[in-house]
Ligand binder design. Structure first.
Ligand SMILES: Nc1ncnc2c1ncn2[C@@H]1O[C@H](COP(=O)(O)OP(=O)(O)O)[C@@H](O)[C@H]1O
Ligand SMILES: O=C(CO)[C@@H](O)[C@H](O)COP(=O)(O)O
Length: 461
């Protein structure tokens, strides 16, 4: 029997086909999405259609997708506008207003698990109500990207799961239910929300007769694919940078730095998310006229500390810390350190310092890593893998390159096929261990100190 997992992420759709009994990968395909922070859902459907020949070989399927995207539908089920994505910061003023309206950050954290910033669906609804009242008035239902694709595959109704629902800003992870008064207040009128399926449910059947599992948000999918255990903290370097762990209890961080998401299994997934991660490297590569492999080689040719260069990598605004209007800052530039090697090194160090901050925010909420796992496209960078242990101050485990979000959903599909919500016993994938070279710790401490000083000095910019 074969199962397929789909990852409809920010930049592309990736599909893996696996053996149901052990998760061995049989085939995989991918198709790109258009660039930008809004996207008509038809582009995700088209990317998925390109994987149809592979999908039709599967006996069960499940979709994971980028979290939070607002897919607003009219009475006929058509999108009223392109989906506003998690990395679109236009609703930052609405986020602040909503936080005040509901009684402040602590109340939001207690009720929804998170303090909403512009990424959260609820803030996008309010933005649409204020700026596009006609679209808001026509909105009869609101889905997330994975819900839209699950329905397109053949789900019997609009359905989501607790992991993705927890990123809307109108679902309570602690109580496991929608908060309709928050949803309605954001949009200005009542609208339909997808049913939250239970882990292990079958939610429909595809046109070729495959079972459809509930799917989830992409980070929750990766948690399944990586087979996270107690004490594991994942650092994912995709379009977003994320740091997360599975937990038995819901988080409620009033500082808003940690989002208190649910996972796809009935547990919880405290998570820190940045807006800037893999694209720090692509932007630096463009700056120095290199491809990503050359950028990595240049970064490793430079000394730790990049000759005194520090990059604050908030290139597209930032979510953690909440600085939606921020831009990047390159500091410490002199005639002697302005080399391609140092710029490449500063970019790698900046990405890792931002993730080190994320690990610190998790630790402040009681999530102490016993093991750190590096995943996502950016983990493909040799420089990132080599520099990470020193900047993060601990050894780093890098699972073999694979599409872990899609694998997690393939695993969900295998569970639907087996008719269970227990984890199917797929073996762990091989991983490599990376440690800091002797003597790198002091240099890394200086890098983190310079980064922290620049981050704090620019807090009011
Ligand atoms: N070898 C590499 N070095 C650095 N970055 C890489 C490498 N391979 C892929 N990437 C980057 O990873 C990103 C895609 O990762 P992915 O986790 O699929 O992102 P997303 O889930 O946001 O679509 C792209 O920005 C790509 O440039
Ligand atoms: O907003 C979040 C998490 O809260 C992001 O992690 C999105 O889920 C997008 O993920 P990638 O496409 O970067 O993997």
């Amino acid at each position: 029997m074969l199962v397929a997992g789909i990852d409809s992420s920010t930049q592309s759709t990736k599909v893996v086909l696996c053996r149901a009994e052990d998760g061995a990968i049989v085939d995989q395909v991918s198709a790109p999405h258009p660039d930008g922070t809004e996207c008509h859902p038809r582009h995700w459907s088209r990317a998925l259609d390109r994987a149809r020949p592979l999908l039709e070989r599967a006996d069960a399927v499940a979709v994971a997708a980028q979290q939070h995207g607002m897919v607003a539908l009219d009475e006929g089920g058509e999108a009223v506008r392109p989906a506003l994505l998690w990395n679109d910061t236009r609703s930052a003023p609405q986020a602040r207003a909503l936080v005040d309206e509901l009684g402040g950050a602590k109340t939001w954290a207690e009720r929804t698990g998170s303090v909403p910033v512009a990424s959260f669906t609820v803030t996008k609804l309010r933005w649409m109500a204020e700026h596009e009242p006609d679209n808001a008035a026509r909105t009869a239902a609101v889905l997330l990207p994975h819900d839209w694709l699950t329905r397109r595959l053949g789900a019997a109704e609009h359905v989501t799961d607790r992991g993705d629902a927890s990123g809307t800003g109108y679902w309570s992870p602690a109580e496991g239910r929608y908060l309709p008064e928050i949803a309605t207040a954001a949009l200005g009128h009542e609208f339909a929300r997808p049913r939250v399926a239970a882990p292990g449910e079958t939610v429909g059947e595809t046109a070729w007769g495959a079972r459809i599992a509930p799917g989830t948000g992409d980070n929750m999918g990766a948690a399944l694919g990586l087979g996270l255990r107690e004490g594991d903290v994942v650092l994912s370097i995709g379009t977003s940078g994320t740091a997360y762990a599975v937990a038995d209890r819901p988080a409620a961080d009033p500082s808003g730095l940690v989002a208190g998401f649910a996972d796809a299994t009935g547990r919880f997934l405290p998570l820190v998310c940045t807006l800037n991660a893999a694209r720090i490297l692509t932007s630096a590569a463009a700056m120095v006229g290199a491809d990503l492999d050359e950028l990595s080689r240049l970064a490793l040719a430079a000394e730790p500390g990049a000759g005194g260069l520090t990059l604050l990598p908030y290139l597209d605004g930032e979510r953690t810390p909440d600085r939606p209007d921020a831009t990047g800052v390159l500091s410490g530039l002199t005639t002697s350190n302005a080399t391609r090697e140092n710029i490449a090194r500063a970019a790698v160090e900046a990405l890792l310092c931002s993730l080190a901050d994320a690990v610190g925010h998790l630790a402040a909420q009681g999530v102490t890593p016993r093991r750190m796992l590096l995943s996502g496209g950016g983990a493909g960078s040799a420089a990132v893998r080599a520099v990470a242990p020193a900047i993060l101050g601990a050894p780093v485990t890098v699972p073999e390159p694979a599409e872990y979000v899609a694998l997690g959903d393939a695993r969900q599909a295998a569970e639907a096929l087996a008719g269970t919500h227990e984890r199917v016993p797929w073996p762990d994938r091989p991983a490599t261990e990376h440690e800091a070279a002797p003597g790198d710790a002091a240099a890394a401490e200086a890098v983190r100190a310079r980064y922290g000083a620049l981050r704090d000095a620019t807090a009011t910019w």
